[in-house]
Design a protein around this ligand. Structure first.
Ligand SMILES: NC(=O)c1ccc[n+]([C@@H]2O[C@H](COP(=O)([O-])OP(=O)(O)OC[C@H]3O[C@@H](n4cnc5c(N)ncnc54)[C@H](O)[C@@H]3O)[C@@H](O)[C@H]2O)c1
Ligand SMILES: [Zn+2]
Length: 368
């Protein structure tokens, strides 16, 4: 079996390659040379990833005759701000990086979102090469072209669509990823299987031990399959008109749980509980095949944290419907037909009676 591969993601203006595999970071210098005529680029990574991987990748590029400017910022979601965007762009201006340069973002989703946003606005837009280093960034954040920062009014509310010039997902880099991030990132891969590909769902369940210890070859197979699914969805619906909504499975409830827990519950755990709840909702309204909720729970149990104490139905409900997916003030739900198939609904989402959603949520919170 070959544990590496390439996926081409189509966009309105062309396509970009996603390289996945054990050791594929070796293609980075060549990609930079193609994208930055000056050979100059900003390598952006956070304070954890820079010493682990960023500096080494910059050095590999330097050896190939390129000229990196290493920029770093404090790790964590709290850095995904306009303030940090300003500091990074100012640093790039000071370094004299021109339109013939590019950005290489090396890190988790915070870095790929922030680095992508910096690239999309710098001198009205220069290319970004995404080098995701977390499961979440590999299977989700680095593919699809969404970039952005968080603002006081909410997460990801200021940003752009700026498809990367290329994505390099080297699964060797996952070895240093902390255990919690491994678990939580894999939830989005389970989601890809749940909405569109039962075989992928089952493969993750079967290979969970190897994935959790970040075996690079297993990770390559699974990341590649997940990226194929996401790439197919975003190619068909680049700007989130309809079909792309399927990727929001688990997120209507998940976002409310995240906010109600004041972000003590991680995104992956919140979405995992959200998927289980939304499966329960789907079963109650007769859209989702009976047994789906239990199947999801079995697959997710090893990946997610339980709901923290004090996370009540009342608190969570207060955040339901404060989401981008709200239509005329009502929350919308992506519902499965069964594992591997999403129900079409209206633009792939459903309106469900509040009491059904609340009852399902109470059950899941009580069991968690
Ligand atoms: N643009 C999109 O479509 C999209 C999709 C999903 C999520 N996101 C965004 O992604 C972000 C979450 O991503 P995340 O979970 O990767 O967060 P993150 O970037 O904060 O990374 C999580 C933690 O792991 C560390 N880390 C990352 N890779 C590492 C490695 N290989 N070794 C050691 N440490 C490593 C980071 O320093 C950080 O402390 C959120 O801001 C979310 O909004 C964006
Ligand atoms: Zn998500």
């Amino acid at each position: 079996m070959i544990h590496s591969g390439r996926v081409d993601v189509r966009t309105g203006v062309g396509s970009y390659p996603v390289f996945v595999g054990h050791g594929v970071a070796r293609v980075l210098p060549g990609l930079v040379a193609e994208r930055a005529a000056s050979g100059r680029f900003a390598l952006i990574s956070d304070s954890n990833v820079s010493p682990l991987h960023g500096e080494r990748l910059a050095e590999a590029c330097r050896v190939s005759g390129l000229d990196p400017t290493l920029l770093s910022f404090p790790a964590g979601e709290a850095s995904k701000t306009r303030g940090r965007w300003m500091t990074l762009t100012d640093e790039m201006l000071e370094a004299g990086l021109g339109r013939d340069s590019c950005v290489v973002a090396v890190g988790g989703g915070v870095t790929t979102d922030l680095g992508g946003f910096v690239a999309s606005t710098y001198l009205r837009g220069i290319p970004v090469i995404q080098v995701p280093t977390s499961y979440l960034a590999m299977v989700d954040a680095s593919v699809g072209g969404k970039t952005g920062v968080d603002v006081a009014a909410g997460k990801n509310l200021v940003g752009t669509f700026h498809p990367p010039a290329a994505v390099v997902a080297d699964t060797e880099l996952l070895r240093t990823l902390p255990e919690r991030n491994r678990r939580e990132g894999l939830v989005e891969a389970v989601k890809h299987g749940a909405v569109l590909d039962e075989g992928h769902f089952e493969a993750i369940e079967r290979r969970c031990d190897d994935l959790l210890r970040a075996d690079p070859d297993t990770a390559s197979d699974v990341v590649l399959a997940s990226i194929r699914i996401k790439a197919d969805v975003v190619s068909k619906d680049e700007f989130e008109g309809g079909f792309r909504h399927v990727l929001n499975f688990g997120h209507t409830i998940g976002h409310a749980l995240e906010a109600a827990s004041e972000y003590r519950l991680g995104h992956g755990s919140a979405v995992g509980l959200g998927m289980i709840t939304e499966a329960a909702i789907g079963e109650r309204v007769g859209v989702t095949a009976p047994g789906t909720r239990d199947r999801l729970k079995r697959a997710l149990d090893r990946l997610i944290d339980p709901a923290p104490p004090g996370l009540t139905l009342e608190r969570t409900v207060a955040y339901l419907g404060q989401d981008k997916k709200v239509r005329r003030g009502r929350p919308r739900y992506v519902l499965l037909a069964c594992v591997g198939e999403t129900s079409r609904g209206v633009a792939w989402t459903h309106d469900v009676p509040d009491e059904v959603a609340h009852r399902a949520l109470r059950e899941v919170l009580d069991a968690a």
